[in-house]
Structure formats: structure tokens, C-alpha cells
Design a protein around this ligand. Structure first.
Ligand code: BES
Ligand code: MN
Ligand code: MN
Length: 457
């Protein structure tokens, strides 16, 4: 029943855990396109079987309006705390395929990393939790505490189905803390625990001009051009200074707490340099009166993900397109409601739209951000577990990414949300050649196993 036996089990079975992860990564569970619906079901069934083999007495696939949720429960210990563990089995699209050194759904091991779509985000991190749970089940003679696990298949597309499940007020949610392994650390030698995530509002903006595509010679100079209109609109919404010009949004932004501000200003992690190196750029852009950590963790941003329209094939075609669409998202500091920000954005778009075009804004999805206090026994246990594995205390800091359901857990359950991720800054989630460091995979399972043991009373 000792943590030692559990840790020995993890070491002994490490290669099998890696082989199992490899199997799971081969299933292209891309949630955003309907053509992968069958693969989504396969990926859910794969993890259902894994829960059963670990020995979870309750394992269920719950159908939803979108992709299924997978739920597993092992709650045999009255008096012990209950931990709800969340993760996601869906992945982002792998395109552009030609940018991958090895195929995204055929995992390859190179220089101490496993490369595949979903390796760090989030199958690899779910797998290291499953390994820790299996180790407690087998070598620790059962779970040390009560455990509930919920895995969703729509995180990368906004998490609508899990949000409905959480809002349904299900008993299954009841827990004393939530654990999420879906973020990253500053570095292999400098672990971190995450105290905040930004929210997101994802939209599509379409501009319409003439009734049909036009010859740019015959009409150029008098015709509306929807692509140009989008460029003007976007640059009016966020200028070169990185400032977003949505008045209601600006009015809602609150200054950050003084201690965090001090931490960001002192840039103890030398983040500016590290970020330039990671991105392969010479200088950062954006709101330069805020330090980089604040810009990423606590300031809003507006980004264009792509513009579709007109002629982009090789060669020449002189056309003025009749319409064009931009995918635009905003990251939102905790406290802002995406639905409300959407109404402000619509208003700003109306105000900034160039004359002669009709412009439509559609909300695709959204989720709120959250901040978590580092002052509670669960986070302290997480910090101790990290220190035990890494020999270094974790730094507490915010991240800029979003996990739409995380804020809902916080609001509905009102218990600590522990964001303990094992990614590294150069893992490249969402991009080509996404990877997970094998050392982090190993340390991650050791840390989670240690953490579970610490929660036992
Ligand atoms: N694991 C990420 C969230 C994340 C990213 C946390 C970077 C910390 C740092 C998650 O899978 C993710 O990518 N979320 C999306 C949500 C969106 C598509 C609604 C995101 O942040 O873009
Ligand atoms: Mn993720
Ligand atoms: Mn992701």
C-alpha cells in the first residue's frame, strides 16, 4: 500500500504505457470535422476499455448531441476526498501534413520525444494519469481516494456537450477538487502550476460586396472588395499597437493584483528571450506597455486565424471576389463573459465596417477564463508532489490558453481546480510535429501518483 510500490510499478510497466499511448494516438480523433465521427467513437471506446482493464467499477460512454463523453468512477472510500479528473481525447486537425517529419497519426520516437498529433494535447497527458491510476489499482491495492474521471471529445471545438452535462447539475460531478493535466510547464527544470487560463470567443466574420465576382480591370476602382474590407475592419479592431478597440471591453478590464503584477514586471523567467527563441522571431509584438507574461495570461487579444476568399491558387486571376470570410477569435481574461463580449464585438464591427459592404458576424463558440487561488490544501499537495519528482518547487503562473469547461467546473462546483500540466514550451500543440517529452511523460505519471497518495487522509 505504499507510494514506493506504486512508483516501482510505474517504472516496471513504463514501456507498456508508452505502447498503449502509441495505440491511442493512432486513432485520428479530430473533433472539428464530421468525417472523423467514427474515429471519435473509436477513441472513446479505446479509453473505455482502458478504464475497465484498470478495474474501475463504473465505466460509461455517455452519448451527447456531439461527441461522446467517457465517464469512470471508483468511489469506494467513504470519508476520503473525491477528486474529479478531467481530460480530452479529441485533437486538432493535423494539416498541413507536408510539414510533419513523420505522419501525425503514426507516432514516432526521436531524441527522447514521441511525435504525434495529440501527444501532448491531450492524449499523452491523459495517459500518464491513467498510468498513475493503474499503478494505484494494481500495486497500491485500490485507489487511495475516491476518483471520478470525465473525458470529453469536444474540447478543441468549444466543449458544448460537457458544458450541458455540467450545467445539468449531475450528482456525478460532486467532488472536493478537480485535476486537469492539459497545460505546460516553463521548462524541464522549472516546473509550474497554473493559476489562470484565458477565456475565448471564436467567431467568423463575412464581408459581402458585389452580387458576383468581377473583372478587376473593368470594375477595379469602383467595386467593393470584401477581402480589403476585412483587412480594414480587422486593423481597426486591433491596430499595430496591439490595443483592441472595443470600448465596452476596454472599460471592463481590471488591473491585475499587485503581487502578480510585480512577478510579471520582474520577468524572473526571462520570458521575453525564451518566447523569441521558441517562436523563431527577433522581437515580440503587441501591447508593449505590459510585460509578456501579463500579455499572455491576463490581457485580451484578438487574432485572425485565416481569411478565405478570392483567388489563392498558383498563377494569375484578376478577380474581385463577391465575398470573403475571416476566422477571428478573442482571448479574454477571467471574469469576462464570451456571450456579452460578442455583443460588444458586433457593435464594434458595425461601427468599423468600411462603406459599401454588408458584414455579418457569427459566434462559433466560447468559454470563460478562470483564476484559481494557490491557497488551498489540494494545490499545496500538488506543489509537494511536483517538488518530490522534480526536486524543485513549482512557480505559480497564468497561461494564455483556454479550457472552456474549466471555468464552469470552478463556478458550478466551487472547489479548487488544479491545473497541473506536463507539456514543455517547445511541444508545439496544434502545430506540425507536436510532441511529448518522454521524460515528462515519466515524471508526469510519478507526480500524479504521488499527488493521489498525498490526498489520502
Ligand atoms: N490544452 C489546451 C489549452 C492550453 C493551451 C492551456 C496552452 C495552456 C496553454 C486546449 O486543448 C486548447 O487548445 N484549447 C483551445 C480551446 C478552443 C479551441 C475553444 C484553445 O485554447 O485554443
Ligand atoms: Mn488540451
Ligand atoms: Mn488544444
Amino acid at each position: 500500500m505504499t507510494t514506493k510500490a506504486v512508483q516501482a510499478y510505474l517504472q516496471e510497466h513504463h514501456d507498456r504505457f508508452l505502447a498503449e499511448l502509441t495505440d491511442w494516438l493512432k486513432i485520428p480523433s479530430v473533433s472539428t470535422s464530421a468525417e472523423y465521427a467514427g474515429e471519435m467513437r473509436r477513441a472513446a471506446a479505446w479509453v473505455q476499455e482502458k478504464f475497465e482493464s484498470i478495474g474501475f467499477p463504473v465505466v460509461e460512454i455517455m452519448p451527447t448531441a456531439g461527441h461522446p463523453l467517457v465517464y469512470a468512477e471508483w468511489t469506494a472510500h467513504p470519508g476520503q476526498p473525491t477528486l474529479l479528473i478531467y481530460g480530452h481525447y479529441d485533437v486538432q486537425p493535423a494539416e498541413p501534413l507536408e510539414a510533419w517529419l513523420s505522419p501525425p497519426f503514426d507516432p514516432a520516437i526521436r531524441d527522447g520525444n514521441i511525435y504525434a498529433r495529440g501527444s501532448v494535447d491531450d492524449k499523452g497527458q491523459v495517459m500518464l494519469v491513467l498510468a498513475a491510476l493503474e499503478a494505484w489499482s494494481r500495486a497500491g491495492c485500490g485507489m487511495p481516494i475516491n476518483v471520478k474521471v470525465i473525458l470529453e471529445g469536444e474540447e478543441e471545438t468549444g466543449g458544448e456537450s460537457i458544458a450541458a452535462w455540467v450545467r445539468s447539475g449531475t450528482d456525478r460531478l460532486r467532488a472536493d477538487a478537480v485535476l486537469i493535466c492539459d497545460t505546460h510547464m516553463i521548462g524541464e527544470k522549472q516546473p509550474s502550476l497554473i493559476t489562470g487560463l484565458r477565456g475565448i470567443l471564436y467567431t467568423e466574420i463575412t464581408a459581402y460586396g458585389a452580387a458576383r465576382d468581377l473583372h478587376s480591370g473593368s470594375y477595379g476602382g469602383v467595386a467593393p472588395n470584401p477581402i480589403h474590407a476585412l483587412c480594414l475592419l480587422i486593423s481597426r479592431l486591433k491596430g499595430e499597437d496591439g490595443v483592441i478597440r472595443i470600448p465596452e471591453l476596454a472599460a471592463e478590464l481590471r488591473p491585475a493584483p499587485a503581487d502578480e503584477k510585480e512577478f510579471w514586471n520582474s520577468d524572473p523567467l526571462k520570458l521575453e528571450e525564451a518566447l523569441c527563441r521558441e517562436m523563431g522571431v527577433e522581437t515580440l509584438v503587441g501591447e508593449d506597455k505590459y510585460p509578456p507574461l501579463e500579455r499572455i495570461g491576463a490581457r485580451p487579444t484578438l487574432e485572425v486565424h485565416g481569411i478565405r476568399g478570392g483567388f489563392t491558387d498558383p498563377g494569375i486571376k484578376t478577380v474581385i471576389p463577391a465575398e470573403a470570410t475571416a476566422k477571428v477569435s478573442l482571448r479574454l481574461p477571467a471574469g469576462l463573459k464570451p456571450e456579452e463580449v460578442f455583443t460588444w464585438l458586433e457593435k464594434a464591427v458595425r461601427h468599423c465596417s468600411p462603406a459599401g459592404h454588408r458584414i455579418e458576424v457569427t459566434r462559433l463558440n466560447g468559454g470563460e477564463g478562470l483564476v484559481v487561488s494557490p491557497e488551498n490544501p489540494f494545490i499545496r499537495a500538488a506543489a509537494e508532489a511536483i517538488e518530490t519528482t522534480y526536486g524543485e518547487k513549482p512557480v505559480f503562473m497564468r497561461e494564455g490558453g483556454s479550457i472552456p469547461v474549466a471555468a464552469l467546473f470552478d463556478q458550478v462546483l466551487q472547489v479548487p481546480v488544479i491545473l497541473m500540466g506536463f507539456g514543455l514550451p517547445d511541444d508545439g500543440p496544434h502545430g506540425p510535429n507536436e510532441k511529448l517529452s518522454l521524460a515528462q511523460f515519466k515524471k508526469g505519471m510519478a507526480t500524479v501518483a504521488d499527488f493521489l497518495g498525498r490526498l489520502r487522509q
